[in-house]
Write a protein that binds this ligand. Structure first.
Ligand code: UN1
Length: 512
């Protein structure tokens, strides 16, 4: 494929014709690929070169949502009775297909979303990991058996599926996050309506296509493309949908929570982050700088887990600053299919504008701009922002408090460990925090006191693995966790079962 020999001198030669797949895509409802009932469509563009159209997708509306929910409701009657190990076999097959198609999917992801190829491969690998993890749960889904307080009585708990679930997913992990939701939902016996972000519809198409090939029955997974207003809101309001699982911004998450309240839907929210890397005076500074570069500028800073604050002990501030400035200057920006590119574009023009606005806000607040700070038109015709470093940032500044979701990070000098923890926690969010130190007492104190759902020692804020809970405290979430066995808690509910084989009335709390 031409894309493998991407030429750094001409990185934008890769066009749709390079890919054999169709360019006109359809919703997937009740096992059929169908257009939006309105006939409306939208385009998906390559953020590295917006003249490169990835495909044309249906812009669905409430009628399409109703059809998808109805199909899911019908399919639920058989899917809930399909033994979980059999559901798992379908997921194992999907995992195998994903392995075979990994490289092709990663290349399509770089083209549609912009993340560099190594990271796109990582995204697909996360799907593979989650698919096998959930498939294996088909033979576990553990409940409890406990002794009864009465003779000849059996007591246990089992997980029950919820019914039809709505999954609303973002563009920054175009396959991994849909898989975090789809795979646990399916293994628990739910049927699904997936509404992916409109910036990355192709990769959701691929995921559903692979599930179809693996043998998922008709109606068990439904895919409806379109806007939050036209697809998301009808899904949230629908009386036959029992749960909405959402990953996205805190502002939208709040609206999701409100929209689901009238019908008492279960709501699982994964929202914003403003994650910090703490660098202590005893840290391995080169390791810490590697961590900052990866944590802040990987995925162009467009991860919920991105390190957008670097809280640095004053004794090593100057050294960290100088090393960072040097290393940022070496980061190559461009089209992520080029092997030497380390930072890709941001997702779209609105995002580019928002990031550039935040850079102006930082300057106006008095932060010192040390690197980057501008759109990069040399890197290509797309939405490129230079990796940007602010210094002398105060914890109260907007650039230290608000989620920017771009390649911008802020150095915040502090006097000691105690202040570092205070500054780290002085934030509305609580997703991921990292500390670089060789002092085991400091490391464990930080692990205890940091108010975040993910904590790392001597590793950056990004890099969560699928078999541990993923999610955040405070305004990052509402107490649920994606991934790990905790995702089963999102997608099932508990039934406590008692079987009395004594052949007489036994009264709990009274007859023992
Ligand atoms: C996200 O940014 O929304 O830990 C997900 C990480 C990835 C997942 C990030 N495994 O950065």
């Amino acid at each position: 494929m031409a894309a493998t020999q991407a030429n750094p001198q001409a990185p934008f030669e890769i066009k749709p014709s390079t890919f054999s797949g169709q360019t006109q895509f359809l919703n997937y409802i009740g096992g059929q690929w169908v257009p939006a009932k309105s006939g409306k469509t939208f385009q998906s563009l390559n953020p590295a070169d917006p003249s490169d159209v990835i495909g044309v997708f249906p812009a669905a509306g409430p009628d399409d949502v109703n059809a998808a929910v109805a199909a899911a409701k019908t399919a639920y009657e058989t899917w809930r009775l399909t033994p979980a190990p059999v559901r798992g076999e379908i997921l194992f097959r999907a995992g195998q297909i994903l392995i075979e198609r990994k490289e092709e999917l990663a290349r399509e992801m770089t083209r549609e979303m912009g993340k560099v190829l190594a990271e796109a491969r990582g995204d697909v690998q996360e799907v593979i990991d989650m698919t096998f993890y959930a498939a294996g749960e088909g033979r576990r889904l553990f409940g409890q058996t406990v002794p009864s307080e009465l003779q000849n009585k059996f007591a246990m708990s089992v997980r029950a599926p919820l019914g039809v679930v709505g999954l609303i997913t973002p563009w920054n992990f175009p396959m991994a996050i849909p898989s975090w939701k789809l795979m646990p939902a399916l293994i628990c016996g739910n049927t699904c309506v997936l509404k992916p972000a409109s910036d990355t519809p192709l990769l959701s198409h691929r995921l559903v296509e692979i599930l179809e090939e693996a043998g998922i029955p008709k109606g068990v997974v439904n895919l409806v493309y379109g806007s939050g207003r036209e697809v998301g809101e009808p899904l949230m309001a629908h009386k036959d949908v029992t749960l909405i699982s959402f990953t996205g911004s805190t502002d939208v998450g709040r609206r999701v929570n409100e929209a689901c309240a009238p019908t008492f839907k279960r709501v699982s929210l994964e929202m914003g982050g403003k994650n910090a890397i703490l660098i202590m005076d005893d840290a391995n500074l080169d390791l810490a700088v590697d961590g900052v570069l990866w944590g802040a500028f990987g995925t162009s800073g467009q991860r919920c887990t991105a390190a957008s604050r670097v809280i640095v002990h004053k004794a090593v501030h100057a050294q960290v600053r100088d090393k960072l400035v040097k290393r940022i200057g070496e980061l190559k920006l461009g089209y992520g299919l080029n092997p030497d590119v380390k930072v890709g574009p941001v997702i779209n023009e609105a995002s580019l504008k928002k990031i550039l606005e935040y850079i102006e806000i930082g300057k106006a607040e008095g932060a010192t701009l040390l690197a980057g700070g501008q759109r990069d038109t040399q890197a290509g015709p797309g939405w490129f922002v230079q990796p940007t470093l602010f210094d002398n940032v105060k914890s109260t500044m907007r650039v230290a408090q608000e989620e920017i979701f771009g390649p911008v990070t802020a150095l915040i000098p502090v006097n000691d460990f105690k202040e570092a923890i205070e500054v780290a926690n002085n934030i509305q969010f609580g997703l991921s925090t990292a500390i670089y130190t060789k002092n085991v007492n400091q490391a464990f104190t930080a692990l205890r006191d940091l108010e975040s759902g993910l904590c790392y020692v001597n590793a950056p804020t990004i890099g969560a693995e699928v078999h541990l809970p993923f999610g955040g405290m405070k305004d990052t979430g509402n107490g649920h966790r994606d991934a790990g066995s905790t995702s089963l808690d999102v997608f099932s509910e508990w039934k406590s079962l008692y079987v009395d084989y004594s052949d007489k009335l036994q009264r709990a709390q009274i007859d023992h």
